[in-house]
Write a protein of this length. Structure first.
Lengths: 420, 431
């Protein structure tokens, strides 16, 4: 039997790394958003909001993936993950600032900005006006769900649920650092099951509201699962990168072992396959039935630059990580897993870009609106901006407590854990 | 199970030694020493998988993943090749293959014969199937399983290996094996004890009762194939045995067959005298036939229907479905069927142009009656279009006739000027 690592000499606090990095993240965040705003004078409001939505949904997916990881570990009474669970808890604590950042989408919609009418066509009042020449019976039929007041109510509800639940698990987990009370573990376990149900509904409808309603004629009942699959892939890759970064900064060097890298690698691999499975299932059913109202979504993504991006996703988001991570050797090697994780995060960002950006200028047309390098720059600046503020919020929580749930009753199990 | 005989009771052959240990840690230490001593044919036994035993025993990484990978790739290519061959290969191009081995070239929903999206589910399933079977059977083969007998089972002590004890066994066929030396070596490892593995000579034949039951079972198993063999060649005038009955043979009425159930031998029962089907109480000649006092009604049956925009809309919709194919959407007799029929010639009876004076002069009851009963090659629509819809069509035909002869005086004065600026529509573009 291998000896259980002795972590008494491990540096379990991030210490002075957090404030400095947090300040840097905040500067990057504010500067990125300001630069994106300045660029919008050249590219126009619509490009700004699409770029902003790309960045926002990318970082929101990381937070959602992190929160999913936390509740699933409690629901399954997982022992192996105790030493990495706190990292996920910290990433799930960004929902508060993400809610503030969501106002950049919600408020312009409430005030009826023209760009929002272009982004979310269902917000145009003339489409649901039966006397208008632009009357659209399909959108009118969906207006019971797709209307601005209900949209705002739903957004408030989603973030309220996420902030409440992530705080619930974070507070109990960090309280256990002091008390070591095993009852807290049982309490979190009992609450994790209803939390999963709430998570499934809010996550699914968020994907419907912010992503699927960009093309309001189109629908896919499995769309929420698609966004979920991407968000888990993205988060596990971010988790692996964070583990590597913390250890290279001299933190938690013995708490996190090769076994944990191996398991996080398995999660990345599994959800890369799951993402491909969901993406292909959605694609094949639509391809096979060949119904005009369903194929429109893919037709615009099979033209111009979007065809190239679709192929990048097919190979980069599935075949390359699938073949690269199928063996245990790259999953157990820290550098190899880091390379894989960085690759997967970039691909996940491309996936969000692929979901948000391709659109038609006129919703009866099937030719995608042009997408230039400035639009790509806009999306990158917004991703940096939202990411800076989100990571600043995450780092504040990371600095407040230990990096490992140090008195979790399953800590010893996690340290002794070995893959066969 | 009765206790096994101990080595002292009978003369057996020494097949090796087992050493017993109390903890997995001792097992790992002992395994390391056995490996370092240079033994090759030996094994460890434990109630559960022990971490670190692989490296202690010097077991190399299994090649099973490579077998599974190879099987998976084979399955993938099999799925791809199967679908390509069965559905996409032009059978004439491979004419040297017998017909019953050629593919089908089914065209499904206008998809290409060979299209990857449709093939991926089968490729995926075969990849998984081949990989899973290779994993299970490869594991069995690599572990020499199933391995029903091992001389260590003769040891009473060894039974605790499924509960709480750990063992190392060294096979007597090991080149380094030496009866006394190996025993001393194992004892030096510090376990709970060492024991010889004794194999007792087994009888050359199975017991008599087993042989008899086996013979009997073989004979019984031969009976069904014998019957099948006989049936293959025998001739009979009896109907074939119908094993799965489902509902093939049951009492039922058959069309055009007599039945004994009723005195008149009719299976279908005629309605009772005086029966009126729902909605067929045709007691209003004007409404139902368009005839009043033996003459075609000059007026619509306004006591039953209201002529308004809604009725005209309905009439237009029905007219465009039932009448327009022949009469044309403007009722000028130039429907698509007529165009085609005229092209083909051959005694084609053209449908009426309803704007001719004789049809304009006809009373509405006459038009209604023609729709209901048909005329010349026009079939009757009385049983296809409900009565009210037929009147709606009549009203719409009247509207078409009226509009065909409309003048500028029919247009509201304030719209007349704008109307003059419009270019006239071609008939085909009209609604």
């Amino acid at each position: 039997l291998a000896a259980t690592p002795d972590i008494s000499s491990d540096r379990l606090h991030i210490g002075d790394l957090a404030p400095g990095l947090g300040g840097l993240a905040r500067i990057v965040g504010v500067a990125g958003l300001l630069a994106a705003l300045l660029l919008s004078f050249k590219t126009g409001q619509e490009s700004f909001f699409r770029g902003y939505l790309t960045g926002f949904l990318f970082w929101l997916s990381i937070a959602l993936g992190a929160f999913f990881f936390v509740i699933v570990q409690h629901a399954t009474k997982a022992g192996w993950s105790v030493t990495v669970r706190r990292i996920a808890e910290n990433f799930s604590m960004g929902f508060g600032w993400l809610a503030v950042l969501a106002l950049v989408i919600v408020l312009p919609m409430v005030f009826g900005f023209d760009a929002m009418h272009l982004l979310f066509p269902w917000t145009q009042p003339e489409l649901v006006d039966e006397t208008s020449s632009h009357y659209d019976a399909i959108i009118h039929g969906k207006s019971g769900y797709l209307n601005v007041p209900f949209f705002v109510i739903r957004m408030v509800a989603y973030f309220a649920v996420w902030i409440w639940l992530s705080n619930f698990f974070y507070n109990r987990s960090t309280r256990q650092d002091q008390s070591g009370d095993p009852k807290l573990t049982l309490e979190m376990q009992a609450r994790s099951y209803p939390a999963i149900v709430l998570y499934a509904f809010t996550q699914t409808f968020l994907a419907f509201d912010l992503l699927m309603s960009l093309a309001p004629h189109w629908y896919s009942t499995m769309f929420g699962v698609y966004y979920f699959a991407g968000s888990t892939v993205g988060f596990f890759a971010v988790l692996a990168i964070t583990m590597y970064w913390l250890q290279s900064a001299g933190r938690v060097e013995r708490s996190i072992t090769n076994e944990h890298y191996h398991d996080v690698g398995k999660w990345i691999f599994a959800f890369v396959v799951f993402w491909a499975y969901i993406a292909f299932s959605q694609y094949m059913l639509i391809w096979y039935a060949n119904l005009p109202e369903e194929t429109s979504y893919y037709i615009i993504r099979q033209q111009g630059p979007w065809l190239n991006l679709s192929l990048v996703l097919l190979f980069g988001h599935f075949f390359i990580p699938f073949l690269g991570l199928i063996s245990r050797i790259p999953k157990r090697g820290r550098q190899t897993l880091l390379i894989g994780a960085v690759w997967v995060v970039v691909m996940h960002w491309c996936d969000v870009l692929w979901l948000v950006q391709p659109h038609v200028a006129d919703h009866t047309s099937l030719v995608p609106a042009p997408f230039g390098l400035l639009d790509l720059l806009q999306a990158l600046l917004c991703t940096a901006g939202v990411g800076g503020i989100y990571l600043w919020a995450v780092l504040r929580h990371t600095g407040a407590h230990a990096l490992v749930a140090q008195r979790d009753p399953r800590l010893a199990e996690s340290l002794a854990f070995e893959n066969f | 199970m009765e206790p096994h005989a101990t080595p002292q009771d009978e003369t057996g052959v020494l097949r090796g030694y087992i050493a017993e240990f109390e903890t997995p840690g001792q097992l790992i230490d002992a395994a390391r020493e056995v490996r370092e001593a240079g033994y090759a044919r030996w094994d460890s036994h434990s109630p559960f998988p022990v971490h670190g035993i692989d490296s202690a025993m010097g077991i190399r990484m299994t090649i099973l993943p490579w077998i599974v990978m190879a099987a998976g790739v084979t399955g993938c290519l099999t799925g791809l090749g199967l679908q390509w061959y069965a559905n996409a290969v032009d059978s004439e191009a491979i004419g040297f293959i017998p017909t019953f081995l050629q593919g089908y070239n089914y065209l499904v929903s206008g998809k290409p014969y060979f299209s990857l999206p449709a093939n991926i589910p089968v490729i995926f399933e075969l990849t998984i199937l081949f990989s899973a079977l290779a994993a299970v059977f490869g594991m069995l083969v690599l572990n020499n399983l199933p391995w029903l007998y091992n001389p260590v089972f003769n040891s009473e002590r060894f039974r605790r290996v499924t509960e709480d004890r750990f063992f190392i066994s060294i096979d007597g066929r090991d080149p380094k094996f030496d009866a006394s030396g190996t025993e001393t070596f194992l004892a030096s490892l510090g376990g709970l004890g060492v024991e010889g593995v004794i194999e007792f000579p087994s009888p050359a034949q199975p017991p008599l009762i087993l042989r008899r039951v086996g013979l009997l079972a073989t004979l019984v198993l031969l009976i069904p194939p014998a019957f099948i063999y006989k049936a293959w060649f025998a001739k009979t005038d009896k109907p074939r045995i119908h094993i799965v009955q489902d509902m093939d043979n049951q009492e039922k009425f058959r069309a055009q067959h007599a039945t004994a159930l009723f005195a008149d031998h009719r299976a279908m029962r005629p309605p009772i005298d005086g029966t009126v089907a729902r909605g067929e109480m045709n007691d209003d000649p004007h409404y139902n036939t368009g005839i009043v006092d033996n003459a075609f009604a000059p007026a619509m049956p306004l006591h039953k229907i209201t002529v308004d925009a809604k009725l005209l809309q309905r009439g237009r919709e029905r007219f465009n479905i039932y009448c327009a194919p022949c009469h044309g959407r403007t009722a000028d007799g130039q429907g698509t069927v007529n165009i085609r029929g005229t092209q083909r010639g051959g005694g084609w009876v053209a449908p009426a142009n309803l704007h001719d004076d004789q049809y304009r002069a006809r009373p509405v009851g006459h038009i209604f009656n023609t729709i209901s009963e048909g005329i010349r090659t026009m079939p009757p629509y009385g049983d296809i279009i409900p009565t009210e819809d037929r009147w709606a069509i009549v009203a719409y035909v009247r509207a078409l006739q009226r509009s065909h002869y409309s003048t500028i005086d029919d247009v509201r004065p304030e719209l007349r000027n704008s109307l003059r600026e419009l270019t006239p529509l071609q008939p085909a573009e009209q609604e």
